[in-house]
Design a protein. Structure first.
Length: 284
């Protein structure tokens, strides 16, 4: 349990709860206490910072609505959460984590930043309905490596590689893979989806080897030997990794193999997988 307390006009943006303080500062609130509760490991690469920003904004916005302020749209919450996290350089981030936290579900996102229109900078296409969730969940395996990920370092190396022109073609292929993967999930082509997951992971790993720890590499080799797709969650460098098995009957065998490797690291282990179809929910 960690606690930080500061005067409203001196909340630091470089402390443990810097993102939370930035959101509180944006709303100009004072005399409040914020309590956080979460079940996933911290800095696991599962979009925790985006979720933190979204939920804090939603809670404060609900309080403002009760005082007569117009309600913010879901798109507005996504944009504000992203602008605070990215604008203050807490991380190099797109909007995908914030979108996932707000909307939930299994979606394809089309980014429209350059559309010169007043609409939201993204279009959401739901590619798997709730009746399809069990089919995907039964094929997924998620593991925490026992150590937090180092997203800023890995992301900086990836961005530098792009800016220097060393990986431009690789990034174009990664973009194509995202489109192809969404189509594979939409058509329930799990063999193709798994292959694309591994291809994208390999491209990122070759670009920044620090993306995968030695334990992650071992888990990758086991998964790919079984024909499963493998990837690091988020930026990698620790945190979580996941696998997609085309054949759900292979999940238990892969689970057994992974457990044997994960027990070597303190705090490492498998995590439950469940798709949240509802997204952001505010209860008063």
């Amino acid at each position: 349990f960690k606690e930080e307390k500061f005067p409203a006009d001196r909340m630091p943006f470089d402390s443990h709860f810097k993102l939370l303080f930035a959101v509180l500062s944006h709303f100009s609130v004072h005399g409040v206490s914020v309590e956080l509760s979460y079940e996933s490991p911290p800095q696991s690469g599962l979009g925790g910072s985006g979720t933190l920003a979204v939920t804090t904004i939603a809670a404060l916005e609900e309080a403002c609505v009760s005082r007569g302020r117009p309600r913010m749209s879901r798109e507005g919450i996504v944009e504000l959460a992203h602008n605070i996290e990215d604008g203050l350089r807490f991380s190099y981030t797109g909007m995908q984590d914030q979108c996932a936290a707000v909307y939930g579900g299994v979606n394809r996102w089309v980014w429209t930043y350059n559309s010169n229109s007043e609409r939201a900078p993204f279009i959401r296409e739901e590619i798997l309905g709730t009746d399809g969730y069990p089919e995907l969940e039964s094929r997924l395996l998620l593991a925490y490596l026992g150590k937090s990920h180092i997203s800023s370092e890995v992301n900086e190396m990836q961005v530098r590689s792009f800016l220097e022109g060393r990986s431009r073609k690789v990034w174009f292929r990664i973009n194509e893979i995202a489109i192809e993967f969404a189509e594979a999930v939409k058509t329930h082509d799990w063999e193709r989806a798994a292959s694309l997951v591994s291809e994208e992971n390999r491209l990122r790993y070759e670009m920044v080897p620090k993306r995968l720890t030695s334990m992650a590499v071992r888990l990758m080799e086991v998964a790919e030997d079984m024909g499963a797709g493998f990837a690091a969650a988020g930026a990698g460098g620790g945190g979580c990794v996941w696998a997609l098995c085309p054949d759900p009957s292979e999940v238990n065998r892969l689970k057994h193999e992974w457990e044997g490797i994960l027990k070597e690291a303190e705090g490492a282990g498998l995590l439950d997988v469940r798709i949240d179809g509802s997204g952001l929910s505010v209860q008063r």
